[in-house]
Design a protein around this ligand. Structure first.
Ligand code: BDR
Ligand code: CA
Length: 315
């Protein structure tokens, strides 16, 4: 069974990714970061979700802001708590004493060559960990990222939230040489829960599913207001799917750079898709060494059904 550590900023779609991963994979820990809400909120939300689901995974608190500048939060999407819409249980456990940066390094060393690090929030903790312990790059099996896009962004026309939240960190991660899988908005924004899916969870009569239904009803409403999207996108679970149902998302190997200086494009993931288009063979002088597998297509409906079935396995 794949060993995974999830670095996250829960967040409605992070919540679903955590429950999904805990059911299918060996979840060795959760680290929290600034992002959808403050670090205090994302950490409390992670602990509350574990309480809800009856899980005892260790949680380590991470960085409260990006490497450069100040934190960007997404209150208009996730509410002031980062996880509005449902009453979650009060956490009875505390985060572990170790900082997320040290926790990531320790777990990667312990599970050398085996650990997949799933980064589904801004990439500050990982960038800091790579700076603190350069051997980390050789210890991780791979990184799976929800972030970026091969097309348009959501915070700006060019930038997706997790990359926009710490572009310098993302640039360091993409330059690290660690094998990377990136699933971006081009796939995740059309892979989501419709109102009928939320109703299916609510109608199941299950306690955990009912809470998730309340959360996703709130999140769906906010997607309608913010993006006129009639779907609650499950961005983050898409980064976990390849280790459970690999046939559901198809990737192409490319070179990805994070734009740091563009006045209108800061935080953009510039994906060199030229060689992936049929009939376009990139001249060798233009081809850079590929550094990531980037998601191009998903079987979105099937994927969401698998996620629903998984949530329904909880009491
Ligand atoms: C990403 O940003 C966050 O709001 C979501 O949790 C997801 O990780 C989507 O752009
Ligand atoms: Ca997230």
């Amino acid at each position: 069974m794949t060993k995974v550590l999830i670095d996250c900023d829960p967040g409605h779609d992070d919540a679903v990714a955590l429950l999904f991963a805990a059911r299918h994979l060996e979840l060795v820990g959760i680290t929290t970061v600034h992002g959808n809400s403050t670090l205090d909120n994302t950490t409390r939300n992670a602990l509350a979700l574990l309480e809800l689901a009856g899980l005892e995974t260790a949680v380590a608190r991470g960085c409260a802001g990006p490497l450069v500048g100040s934190a960007t939060h997404a209150e208009h999407i996730h509410g002031s708590s980062g996880l509005d819409g449902a009453t979650l249980p009060q956490p009875t456990r505390q985060p572990v004493a170790a900082h997320a940066v040290d926790f990531i390094i320790d777990q990667a060393e312990r599970h050398r060559g085996e650990l997949v690090l799933a980064v589904i929030g801004p990439q500050t903790n990982l960038a800091m960990a790579l700076r603190r312990e350069p051997r980390l790059a050789g210890w991780l099996r791979e990184i799976t990222v929800m972030g970026g896009s091969t097309t348009t962004g959501n915070v700006t026309p060019a930038a997706e939230f997790n990359i926009y939240g710490d572009p310098e960190a993302a640039a360091a991660v993409f330059a690290s040489g660690i094998p990377i899988r990136m699933v971006g908005l081009n796939v995740t924004r059309r892979t989501g829960f419709a109102a009928a899916d939320v109703a299916r969870l609510r109608g199941s009569g299950r306690r955990v599913a009912a809470v998730i239904a309340d959360l996703l009803a709130f999140y769906l409403e906010r997607q309608r207001e913010a993006f006129r999207l009639d779907l609650a996108p499950m961005h983050d679970v898409c980064a976990i799917i390849p280790y459970v149902f690999p046939e559901l998302i198809r990737y192409g190997e490319t070179f990805v750079q994070v734009e740091l200086t563009g006045a209108a494009t800061r935080g953009m993931t510039v994906c060199d898709l030229r060689s992936l288009h049929p009939g376009t063979t990139l001249p060798a002088r233009l081809a850079k060494t590929c550094n990531a597998h980037v998601a191009l297509e998903a079987d979105s409906r099937l994927l969401i059904n698998r996620v629903i079935e998984t949530i329904l396995t909880y009491p």
